[in-house]
Design a binder for this molecule. Structure first.
Ligand code: SF4
Ligand code: SF4
Ligand code: FES
Length: 264
């Protein structure tokens, strides 16, 4: 994330100005503070959009804009409130007199290892992340998680040797790093949980036969001709092909399968 600059191309500056004017005509403005400086922004915007409205340009700390990538962790305080709040900038709507700071990257410890040689047993995780046992069960990590992951329970499951339970509990983690930022035991919970998920997915649950079949078919170049024909299509042909594809039903139906099974 950068300070407001004049580096945007003129046309995009004009477009942004027009968009901003349209927003501000229809919406009440409220004051927020970014890194201590006051800005007036429309009250309906998310923190991310409000900062862009104020002239900031995100070069880091922004990715999907949809609450999925975990790049936009933000901490803030509210006027007259001692509490330190946190959230995702792309999902949290501004409030009057918010004091904001972006966290572009949280430098948590990430162990190096050769994944192929690791056995799916808890002792391997303990060796790589001995700080796991520094957890004091304060639950600050769970309270700060924007994805409602029961982070402390993930760590507890690993302390009890249950890798699969930790993997399941942490499934919704988006690696934003906020849990590590509040941990008095200085654990990198999200890296530890990611290792648990990798071990669970790769070495504990049985391999899916259809996945092995797909990998084998790919090795035998089964899809090459089809991919090449896509690569040679122009934009309209690609659109037509996309729009006329067989689609899964909107309502989940586990019995559904495409009629054309050539590429399964
Ligand atoms: S914040 Fe750290 S010490 Fe507290 S429960 Fe979570 S992992 Fe344990
Ligand atoms: S577990 Fe930690 S890294 Fe994962 S989403 Fe929650 S706060 Fe973010
Ligand atoms: S930009 Fe991806 S979660 Fe906010």
């Amino acid at each position: 994330m950068n300070e407001p600059t004049n580096t945007k191309k003129e046309s995009s500056v004009e477009e942004t100005d027009k968009e901003n004017q349209a927003i501000s005509i229809t919406t009440e403005l409220i004051p927020i503070f970014v890194m201590g400086k006051r800005y007036e922004v429309p009250k309906t915007l998310t923190i991310m959009k409000a900062m862009e409205y104020a002239g900031f340009k995100f070069v880091r700390g922004c990715g999907c804009r949809g609450g999925i990538c975990g790049a936009c962790a933000t901490v803030y305080r509210k006027e007259g409130d001692y509490k330190l709040y946190s959230g995702l900038a792309c999902q949290t709507v501004v409030e009057p007199n918010m004091y904001l700071a972006q966290i572009p990257f949280y430098p948590a410890n990430r162990a190096s290892f050769d994944f192929e040689s690791i056995k799916p047993v808890p002792e391997e995780i303990y060796k790589l992340y001995p700080e796991l046992f520094r957890c004091v069960a304060c639950n600050a990590c769970t309270k700060v998680c924007p994805m409602d992951v029961e982070v402390m329970d993930v760590i507890s499951a690993l302390k009890q040797g249950n890798i699969s339970r930790a993997a399941e509990l942490s499934f919704n983690c988006i690696q934003c790093g906020l849990c590590a930022s509040r941990c008095m035991g200085e654990l990198p919970q999200y890296h530890i949980a990611q290792l648990a998920r990798r071990l669970h997915g790769s070495k504990i649950v049985p391999r899916a036969q259809h996945l092995d079949d797909a990998v084998e078919a790919n090795r035998e170049h089964k899809y090459d001709e089809w991919l090449n024909s896509l690569m040679n299509m122009n934009e309209n042909q690609l659109k037509d092909t996309y729009q006329s594809r067989e689609m899964e039903p909107a309502i989940e139906d586990e019995t559904w399968a495409p009629e054309d099974k050539n590429y399964l």
